[in-house]
Ligand binder design. Structure first.
Ligand code: SF4
Length: 339
């Protein structure tokens, strides 16, 4: 029996006070990952601080910079189906709807999506060693079952991947994460929010103790004309990505003026290579150019046996997804890509 106390809060300072005075306290919003972790005996909160009463953080609204602010407590479903997200950031809608199930998306919050933990089999098996769960105990995935594991940004200590779909689109959109703590507020660029494992794989991100995610800002450029999200997985529903790609681009006179390519399922954080995006600027959107960029993005990739296939799969997924971004009608429900 794991006894715990449950407290509801209705203002952020109250929420932060309750957490900062109690090391064994957790915020809970949708709870879709925390309850899993708890059931698997991987999380042991003594106090749950329910933040669902912080109504200001449920809002989705245009901001003063021409972008969009997504409240941290807006659900994934409310975000994906919000009129402004569908119209201005369809890449984000598409990525969110590729994740989990309708029931989970109806409960999961935007802030929680950023904080979900890896689905490494060994991490979820409390009887297994795992450096992420129990630092210094080892990483059985390196020589074990690693079909779903990382090929880029790995370390001696951990080869886990970050499982989100939503965050891959947020990386391509260059979102900014807003956080609040008893010391004040700060903003974190999306590329700096999640971490590579290094020798501290127990840390998934750069959020500090006592910080609360309040929202996510999207810049004005939403790539609404040319975008695509491609998710490759073992079954076509309710499965995590083996490889996913989010592409947004801006074209002028059949030349690329701006492009963002982010990959999921292959690293401990959403993966972008800025040099590959810069390489494509002022170039024609051809298969050959996308293939050159894909080679740049996968430079240094390394498999661990059962996931070697991800290197070639990622390259092909990048090329395919960039071509699909030229045909955004391929992203509509039921549409067949006209490639
Ligand atoms: Fe643990 Fe990371 Fe190794 Fe998985 S890959 S067993 S999460 S240390």
């Amino acid at each position: 029996m794991n006894n715990f106390t449950y407290q509801k809060v209705s203002n952020p300072n109250d929420a932060l006070n309750k957490i900062s005075k109690n090391n064994a306290a957790n915020f809970i919003a949708g709870g879709t990952n925390l309850i899993d972790l708890w059931k698997y005996n991987l999380a042991h909160p003594k106090t749950l601080v329910d933040i669902n009463g912080l109504n200001d953080y449920k809002i989705i609204k245009e901001d003063e910079h021409g972008g969009l602010f997504l409240g941290a407590l807006a659900t994934n479903s409310d975000t994906a189906y919000h009129k402004l997200v569908e119209e201005r950031y369809p890449l984000l809608s598409k990525a969110i709807l590729a994740g989990a199930s309708a029931q989970i998306r109806n409960s999961a919050s935007n802030g929680g999506n950023l904080l979900q933990r890896t689905r490494c089999y060994y991490f979820y098996d409390a009887s297994s060693p795992c450096n992420k769960r129990n630092p210094g105990s080892g990483c059985p995935a390196k020589n074990g079952l690693n079909r779903i594991h990382a090929i880029l940004g790995t370390s001696e200590d951990c080869i886990a991947v970050f499982p989100s779909d939503m965050c891959i689109a947020l990386a391509a959109l260059e979102a900014v994460v807003h956080v609040k703590s008893p010391d004040g507020e700060r903003e974190i660029e999306f590329s700096n929010f999640h971490r590579l494992p290094g020798d501290t794989p127990e840390l998934d991100n750069n959020l500090k103790v006592n910080e609360l995610i309040t929202g996510i800002s999207l810049p004005s450029e939403g790539f609404a004309e040319n975008y695509s999200y491609l998710k490759l997985r073992d079954r076509n529903s309710y499965a995590f990505a083996l490889v996913s790609v989010a592409t947004g681009m801006v074209l002028e006179n059949n030349k690329i003026t701006k492009i963002r390519i982010a990959l999921g399922g292959i690293a401990h954080k959403p993966w972008r290579v800025v040099a590959a995006e810069e390489f494509l600027v002022d170039k024609s959107p051809t298969e050959e150019n996308f293939a050159s960029a894909a080679n740049m993005i996968l430079k240094g990739a390394k498999g661990f046996g059962k996931n070697d296939f991800k290197i070639e799969l990622s390259k092909r997924a990048i090329v395919r997804n960039c071509i699909m971004a030229l045909h955004p009608e391929s992203q509509r429900p039921g549409a067949q890509p006209s490639l």
